[in-house]
Design a protein around this ligand. Structure first.
Ligand code: SF4
Length: 364
């Protein structure tokens, strides 16, 4: 506990806040890429502690939220096939697709299991040899190595009824895409902590080099985030954008090589469809030739039908940092965590759910 307490130390936090106030002289925009950071910032009321010169925007770092309806519809169509068990992380179950959700499919009789890891799905496949078990593979570079490991595990164990719907996404390419779109004039990016434990900090070097934007990898405790903001302000005020790590206890510049090797042994880089952004080249992962037989989309014949977006939902522009949940006319009215209209209100890391739970008034 002592370890965590240090990163929640009030005195340290106050010193950092004072330093940020002292050195921040010009208006700047910072984006926290990761939904986990958004939650931590709101939970600890950090936006209210920062000077008015600093505007904080939330980014697309919520894997459930960025899963496009067209991909979600594929998962629902797979769940309707006979003799299929769909295994998924919990949040995905409640996200409304074009016409239904996995939760609805379950109510209609589909066999859908909530799992905590891809390994759990492999065990379900092992225990149900007369069924096909399909794991809905969402997530960023943090989860991709574990899903790759599940595929290798199934192969080694001779489990032939395990499949993955590969919807994985990569962080640096979508950061580049957001910077290229130029809709939000960013001065600095709070880079994701968990993703960076896998990929390291080197892949962010294009951010200062090509865009002149400051970048710091952050942990998730209040002192981590305040230190990150302090480092970003320092880079911006001194006119020397670079890549720094404020989360040294979790992230090495070179990342986690064994995890990357595991990921790259099973997946190859591909285009991916992002909610609110569209198809971005080289921003996702698909199974490589050696592991094609595990690809659920290639193996099963499905026709999810035309894609429909939830009427009135502005999740897409929220994920790009262009709008805020409170800009949505449905926020906290027809759309609540109990009755979500879009994914940003479903996921624990979704901006709309975070604003709802921790107070839209905290939006500094
Ligand atoms: Fe979509 Fe609901 Fe968020 Fe509005 S409040 S953007 S409907 S998830």
């Amino acid at each position: 506990m002592k370890f965590i307490d240090e990163y929640r130390d009030r005195g340290l936090a106050e010193k950092l806040v004072a330093r940020i106030h002292h050195q921040s002289t010009k208006p700047i925009k910072l984006m926290e890429f990761c939904g986990g950071h958004t939650v931590a910032i709101f939970k600890h009321g950090l936006r209210q502690l920062l000077p008015k010169t600093i505007e904080m925007l939330s980014g697309p770092g919520c894997p459930v939220c960025v899963t496009a309806n067209s991909d979600l519809d594929k998962a629902i169509a797979l769940a309707h096939l006979p003799d299929v068990i769909v295994a998924s992380f919990g949040d995905m179950i409640r996200v409304p697709g074009s016409y239904s959700s996995l939760q609805w499919a379950k109510a209609e009789g589909s066999d859908i299991r909530v799992v905590y890891s891809a390994q759990d799905a492999v065990h379900i496949a092992r225990d149900n040899p007369d069924k096909s078990v399909i794991f809905i593979g969402i997530g960023f570079e943090t989860t991709a190595p574990t899903i790759a490991a599940s595929i290798r595990q199934a192969e080694q164990a001779g489990i032939k009824n395990y499949y993955v719907l590969p919807l994985h996404k990569l962080c640096p390419p979508i950061m580049k895409s957001i910077l290229d779109m130029g809709e939000v004039d960013l001065d600095g990016i709070i880079c994701p902590g968990h993703v960076s434990t896998i990929i390291g900090s080197y892949p962010y070097q294009f951010i200062p080099d090509d865009y002149g934007v400051a970048s710091v990898v952050s942990g998730f405790e209040p002192v981590d985030i305040l230190l990150t903001v302090d480092m970003l302000v320092n880079q911006i005020e001194s006119g020397q954008p670079q890549v720094e790590i404020a989360y040294r206890r979790g992230v090495k510049p070179e990342g986690n090589q064994p995890a990357l090797e595991m990921m790259n042994s099973v997946f190859e880089v591909s285009a991916a469809n992002w909610r609110g952004i569209g198809t971005v080249p080289a921003s996702g992962l698909k199974l490589n030739d050696q592991y094609q037989r595990f690809d659920a989309e290639a193996h099963f014949d499905i026709n999810p039908g035309p894609v429909r977006e939830p009427k009135g939902c502005i999740c897409g522009s929220i994920l790009r940092g262009v709008t805020r949940p409170t800009d949505c006319k449905l926020f906290a009215k027809t759309c609540t965590p109990e009755h979500p209209v879009g994914p940003c209100m479903v996921s624990n890391e979704g901006s709309c759910a975070t604003y709802f739970h921790y107070g839209a008034n905290d939006d500094g």
